[in-house]
Ligand binder design. Sequence first.
Ligand code: S3P
Length: 424
Amino acid sequence: MLIRPARGFAGSVRLPGDKSISHRYAMLGAIAEGATRLENFSTGADCASTLACLHTLGVKWERNGSSVVIHGRGSKLEAPRSRLDCGNSGSTIRMLSGILAGQEFTSELAGDESLSRRPMARVIKPLEMMGARIEANDGGRPPLRITGARLKAIDYKLPVASAQVKTSLLFAGLYADGETRIEEPIQTRDHGELALQAFGAEVQRQMRAVSIRGGQPLHAIEATIPGDISSSAFFLCAAGLFPDSQLSISGLLLNPTRARLLDFLIGLGLRVTMGDLQEQHGELVGTLQVRGGVLKDARVAGGDTAALIDEIPVLAAIAPYTSGGIEIRDARELRVKESDRIASVAANLRLMGAEVKEFEDGLHIPGGQTLYGAEINSFGDHRIAMAFAVAALRAEGETLIHGANAAVISYPEFFKVLESLLQR
Ligand code: S3P
């Protein structure tokens, strides 16, 4: 993909459904009673991987564009006749493992080369404590072979802040005798808890702990999935690059555990207002009006890093254009995402002529730098492809992104929509 610099950025958009919520609603729809009707389902390949796995597990569904109807089977899925292909999706393999741990059969989950490198011990260990048997490759990597069992509840402190793991264990908790309690070191996105409640389960939340009682039946829902706030980050950051920009995004997910991005961008210098606030199945949704400003400096560390984990690539990619630079710390988890995102960001920024300091757990990117168009790489990572399309908008000269097609993982329409918002 060739990206030419732009002069301005303006327009209105509505985004495809949030990826985190789409995965969860699809999985819970599959084990609920009745037909779950979802509008604005994520158009990303990751959520298609979840639907494909559910099909292999005997779940019937129909898809018409972004409308999906899932015919729930109740708590029991069908033994698969082939391996479940999770593609590139960490959410699919980790969260589905929680459901498969409670089934009366053995299933095998695998994925692409990137997924095969990602750590799964974080779900294997607690799911084994609950009674499932799980075999994995050396070092706890996929493929996973899960033999389900009647599970027992656990009281578990997550060693890493991960919403995927928390959700996986809550899903397993539905199949456990007793009450499963999960405590997280830092609060992560709460879509798993909210989705379970939407499907009729009782979930107790106390500060950083969540509990669920096993054996609760789920009922189908009808929902319109709010626009993906992590995908919106690319447009918000693009708006930030042009002082006269104007952007309106309606129907956007504004869940407080995801919206730290907005606080961050306001702190950095964007002008953001929020309206039309509504609650849909416990999720906050609204419209954003955004105008550019002068970008200052920022530091992301501790709980902010966990809250901004998917947005850090694009925040880092625009850092050279800020006046004071951006520092990111406590972000070791970025090294085990779809690519080593610390290394991917540093490599591309350097190829574009920027000075970058790389730490084991983050990056320091000085401000006031000029980026130059270059040949860069997505490293097969959707968020890296989109982050650098944004950085390229203010570079001197054209930028060629190899492997830009990786954007299909979360936002296949990204480059087309980006182009429609640019002024040249
Ligand atoms: C997600 C949680 C995060 C995030 C991922 C989606 C989720 O991963 O990076 O894109 O939907 O729960 P971790 O759970 O590994 O932190």
